[in-house]
Write a protein that binds this ligand. Structure first.
Ligand code: KIV
Ligand code: NA
Length: 276
């Protein structure tokens, strides 16, 4: 497979559904690629599932870059999409372009993602003009958690749904190669997907989106602080990990690890000389 690109994502609309997953390091990128996932999002969810923060607000550009570089080293074919952290693009268009550029230049990502609708269209336009592919993100936008009053379903009223529709259209017009729809009613996502010229990637947005995204730790059962309704857990790796680590800890305690097969020996002459 050749490398996935932003134009290839656009071309996939109506042809095939797009599986996307978050990844935060080299090992995860390799696992996801081996599974056939060709869109890897280094999400700012990193703040919560990897760094242990309560929300996504405190993760920095430097922390994000550190992980984007690791994912880029692991991804041979996938499109690596770097999530713009809180306050790396909101304050000004110039700052937004500079920070997005760092993800391509230093992080070797192939695209960036930012949250918001019409209000970030100027940022999107400027990034695209600079040669930076941009993925949009509307609906539940976790960087707005303080203003939203928590993580909850968005666009439940006809008026809010119309606002979201206009936001998604504005992002596509500004040049986004796709738009993430998070935590909105399925009929709203279906209508946006039908109208938008670029793919929608849903998370908690129903089955009619052009692609789906989930958080690595949620899919594999590695994060137990929040269980959103929209997550499907495909494995219980957290449980398996605790079982394996318990065996290891007990073996050390009992003295049954390391066994003879894990031990290095010495040539008899060296051994005798050493001990004499
Ligand atoms: O940070 C993240 O993981 C995301 C996805 C859930 C879309 O933004
Ligand atoms: Na995010």
């Amino acid at each position: 497979m050749t490398r996935m690109t932003a134009p290839a994502v656009v071309a996939a609309k109506g042809v095939r559904k797009l599986p996307m997953l978050t990844a935060y390091d080299y090992a995860a990128a390799r696992l996801a690629e081996a599974a056939g996932i060709d869109l890897l999002l280094v999400g700012d969810s990193l703040a919560m599932v990897v760094l242990g923060h309560e929300d996504t607000l405190s993760v920095t550009m430097e922390e994000m870059l550190h992980h984007v570089r690791a994912v880029s080293r692991g991804a041979q074919k996938a499109l690596v999409i770097a999530d713009m952290p809180f306050m790396s693009y909101q304050a000004s268009v110039a700052e937004a372009v500079t920070n997005a550029g760092r993800f391509l230049k230093e992080g070797r990502a192939g695209a960036v993602k930012l949250e918001g609708g019409r209000e970030v269209a100027p940022q999107v336009r400027a990034m695209v003009a600079a040669g930076i592919p941009v993925l949009g993100h509307v609906g539940l936008t976790p960087q707005h958690v303080a203003a939203l009053g928590g993580f909850k379903v968005q666009s439940k009223t006809a008026k809010d749904a119309a606002e979201l529709f206009a936001d998604a259209m504005a992002l596509a017009e500004a040049g986004c190669f796709g738009v993430v729809l998070e935590c909105i009613p399925a009929p709203v996502a279906a209508a946006v997907t039908k109208a938008l010229p670029v793919p929608t990637i849903g998370i908690g947005a129903g089955p009619d989106c052009d692609g789906q995204v989930l958080v690595f730790h949620d899919v594999l059962g590695l994060y137990d602080r929040i269980h959103p309704k929209f997550v499907k857990q495909y494995a219980e790796l957290g449980k398996s990990a605790v079982e394996a680590l318990t065996q290891y800890a007990q073996a050390v305690t009992k003295g049954t690890f390391p066994g003879p097969e894990h031990v290095f020996s010495m040539a008899p002459e060296a051994h005798d000389t050493f001990l004499s």
